[in-house]
Design a protein around this ligand. Structure first.
Ligand code: HEM
Length: 458
């Protein structure tokens, strides 16, 4: 390990872990289930950061944790594995049957029709929206010596998604949408005991009153957004919603209202919560590491965000990209990718039976002691000579295979521009040295929203 790595600031402690008691007593399993419903990352033990493969039996169901990068990528790319039926329990209430949860032919058709919205050329066309969202954020924060940046990033990323995909700015209605998603992620998105004991997507869901209630309110708000567009359609297609409204199937029939609603809900949920968390963790790490923050500020001041016109312009910020990749390594905003086998297979010499759950955790893989040097240190420079870190087997913040995140370049372009807009204007610090502990439901958020100090850059 070289001197730089040794002197790099250590990230705050991992969430509380407890001894593995899987396959053992009922009380042990119950403790783990309760811990996971509070924090999905709470199930890992110390040895999970050393093991590449761990078989287990939990609540009577066999499963395996696969942290070997090659095996994990093979599983994510194989048609023998689907998103677990049970994953729908917490996601469907706000994502419906959109791209996140669809499977088979329906998924293929949906992915094909949405892909044009996320091509590099399309994302380039969205850059002015990201520049505007970054400028509004910096403006809104000016004059404030302290801020809850977690909240501010939520608003800014919603603003970017709303304007890029729905041609509207975040107003009071937008704030309401952001509030609904946050409340869901911090509440009913967390696993509950029924999720562990049930076998199917719909078993006992009548007991999930809060998921149903919040999900219904969410879809009502999304339907309202769509109805406003239907009342005032654009002359020609210019955003995701226009594209969905204009889409026709092979028989020339339009998409059903429910499909349009579910796709919009999915993109809103997947599109801003994740990027907002990425911005939060990046800012947190930069506040803990003022030297890297200063280097990054020098980089963005030399090529300001307002001047970004093309994706090539982002090449002027190699450290910015590295900071974001390193943040996604340490705090993967989608920390758990689960798959269910639909047929028999062999993984790392072990038989897989249909119905078996395979857990692939970017959180574990990205902090794995056999896969990374100084795995818990914040060392953005490890990515500096890696313009395409997707080539690194042990790095999968956006998943892998055909279901890799459709919005990855959208998210990265947006995060770079928004973070640059902020660093150009402010030096960012933390009011308190209380560590922020990552808590995972569907995404990885902070256990509390720390206050950040903002000092205007002279
Ligand atoms: C930092 C930001 C983001 C991260 C870390 C992230 C991460 C991921 C991951 C890991 C997956 C794969 C899940 C799996 O295989 O089970 C995924 C899928 C997906 N993401 Fe993202 N995402 C981000 C931003 C976005 C944005 C901005 C959008 C849309 C505007 C988006 C839309 C989606 C959708 C629709 C899927 C499902 C794709 C499919 O199944 O075909 N994501 N994301």
């Amino acid at each position: 390990m070289d001197a730089d790595v040794r002197s790099a600031p250590l990230i705050p402690p991992a969430p509380k872990v407890h001894p593995r008691q899987l396959g053992g007593s009922f009380v042990g399993e119950l403790r783990i289930a309760l811990e996971m419903s509070r924090n999905l990352m709470g199930a890992w033990c110390e040895e999970d950061f050393d093991n590449l493969f761990t078989p287990y039996v939990f609540m009577g169901q066999p499963g395996m944790v696969v942290s070997d990068p090659a095996a994990a990528r093979r599983i994510l790319s194989s048609p023998n594995y689907v998103r677990p039926v049970k994953a729908a329990r917490s996601v469907r209430p706000i994502a419906g049957d959109g791209l996140l949860l669809s499977e088979g032919e329906t998924w293929r058709r949906q992915r094909k029709s949405l892909a044009p919205v996320f091509t590099p050329m399309a994302v380039e066309g969205l850059l002015p929206h990201f520049v505007a969202a970054g400028a509004s954020l910096a403006e809104a924060l000016s004059g404030h010596a302290r801020a809850d940046l977690s909240e501010a990033f939520h608003h800014a990323t919603l603003d970017a998604v709303l304007s890029a995909l729905f041609s509207r700015r975040a107003d009071a209605q937008g704030d309401q949408l952001a509030y609904m998603v946050r409340r869901y992620m911090e509440g009913p998105a967390h696993f509950n005991l029924m999720d562990f004991v049930s076998r199917g997507a719909d078993d006992l869901t009548f007991l999930d009153v809060e998921r149903r209630r919040q999900g219904a309110a969410w879809f009502q708000a999304v339907e309202h957004l769509i109805a406003q567009r239907q009342a005032h359609p654009h002359a020609e297609a210019r955003d995701l919603l226009d594209r969905l409204l204009a889409a026709r199937d092979e028989d020339g029939a339009p998409l059903s209202n429910q499909e349009i609603r579910d796709q919009c809900g999915t993109m809103l949920v997947a599109g801003f919560e994740t990027t907002s968390r990425l911005l939060f963790w990046a800012t947190y790490l930069l506040a803990l590491d003022p030297a890297t923050q200063d280097r990054l500020r020098a980089e963005v001041l030399a090529a300001p965000a307002a001047a970004v016109r093309t994706l090539d312009d982002l090449q002027a910020w190699p450290l910015m990209r590295s900071v974001l990749f390193e943040t996604l390594r340490l705090y993967p905003t989608a920390p758990l990718l689960a798959r269910e086998a639909i047929g028999p297979d062999t993984v790392m010499g072990h038989a897989v039976v249909p119905g078996q759950i395979i857990t692939i955790s970017p959180w574990l893989i990205h902090r794995h002691r056999k896969l990374w040097d100084a795995p818990t240190a914040f060392v953005p420079d490890r990515f500096i000579d890696q313009p395409h870190p997707w080539g690194i087997e042990a790095f999968l913040p956006f998943g892998a295979g055909p279901r890799v995140c459709i919005g990855a370049s959208f998210a990265l372009a947006e995060a770079q521009i928004v973070l640059a807009s902020l660093l150009e204007r402010f030096e960012i610090g933390l009011v308190s040295d209380r560590p922020v502990i990552p808590i995972a439901s569907i995404t990885l958020g902070p256990d509390h929203a720390p206050a950040f100090t903002l000092t205007p850059v002279s």
